[in-house]
Design a binder for this molecule. Structure first.
Ligand code: C2E
Ligand code: MG
Ligand code: MG
Ligand code: MG
Length: 278
């Protein structure tokens, strides 16, 4: 009896495994064709300066418009794209399209708007990354202060010395650098003094309950004052209500991003949002 049950479990397990492998292969195959099939989309989420209420930047967030799966979120395909090395062409596609969009919006009046782009570890390791970025900026005649790159702590700390050199080169070109999801990695704080950074993005996990949890409030307040002493500005991620905004504002937080202001929007909707406060 036990044997029969065991065998059944085993059969169930292999069936589940096969389904997983198939699904994974399905995503992989689709991803390899996603650019050529024109299935990638960028959404844009406004970043607001707390003290002026102005939209000073937008973050480009990728989605995959899949013919059968619908709109696929990045957490579902970016990790796979990294494993199969598709993140290099996809990352280049994001840079080109986000900066093309920025150039268009600047021509339409958003003269100082900044575009934030998420960069993966593999992109940072690509030997032509600096030249690639210079080329895209030149193609759209965008200068200093147009582009911000977001990297996570773990990516920043992978090769701290090489990164310091590379990021210094990028910063020399007027590209701004932000640490994404700050406070969620396992790294020490030492990279904050090693790397030439402009901004730190306080992770949503500290913001989502900040108005109720004194520990989240303490971590947020300490992060903001430390950042300011290091000469960095702070963006709070995932601000969803007024209480959170008021609290972050009282702590001196510089910028906010989150559903309270806007979800990530299509390009047209995002421009309408930006236009409201030229
Ligand atoms: P991230 O860079 O930390 O982006 C913030 C995520 O939080 C986005 O999820 C955004 O939609 C979501 N978010 C913003 N405000 C709120 C809020 O108020 N409440 C809640 N619950 N969520 C909020 P999304 O768009 O699904 O992106 C997930 C992650 O995928 C990003 O996290 C980033 O790590 C990655 N990603 C997105 N686009 C790209 C890309 O072009 N290249 C790379 N390498 N990674 C990307
Ligand atoms: Mg980001
Ligand atoms: Mg983030
Ligand atoms: Mg995040």
């Amino acid at each position: 009896r036990a044997k029969a049950a065991g065998r059944n479990n085993y059969q169930f397990f292999t069936t589940a495994m096969n389904t997983l492998v198939t699904e994974r292969q399905y995503i992989e195959t689709g991803l390899r064709q996603a650019i050529a099939s024109n299935q990638l989309r960028l959404f844009y989420q406004p970043q607001i300066d707390i003290s002026t209420g102005q939209v000073v930047g937008v973050e480009a967030l990728i989605r995959w418009q899949h013919p059968e799966l619908g709109l696929v979120a990045p957490d579902r395909f970016i990790p796979i794209a990294e494993e199969i090395d598709m993140i290099i062409p996809i990352g280049q596609w994001v840079l080109e399209n986000a900066l093309a969009q920025l150039a268009q919006w600047r021509k339409k009046g958003a003269k100082t708007l900044r575009m934030a782009v998420n960069l993966s570890a593999h992109q940072l390791r690509k030997d032509t990354i600096v030249a690639d970025i210079i080329n895209v900026l030149a193609q759209y005649q965008l200068g200093k202060g147009a582009l911000e790159l977001e990297i996570t702590e773990s990516v920043a700390m992978q090769y701290p010395e090489q990164n310091a050199k590379l990021l210094a080169e990028l910063r020399q070109l007027g590209i701004e650098l932000a640490i994404d999801d700050f406070g969620t990695g396992y790294s020490s704080l030492s990279y904050l003094k090693l790397l030439p950074l402009d901004r730190l993005k306080l992770d949503r996990s500290f913001v989502k309950d900040i108005e109720n949890d004194p520990n989240d409030a303490a971590i947020s307040a300490a992060t903001i004052s430390m950042s300011h002493e290091l000469g960095l500005t702070v963006v709070a991620e995932g601000v969803e209500n007024e209480a959170q905004l008021v609290l972050l504002s009282s702590m001196g937080c510089d910028l906010v991003q989150g559903y309270y202001f806007s979800k990530p929007l299509s390009a047209d909707d995002c421009f309408r949002f930006i236009e409201r406060n030229f």
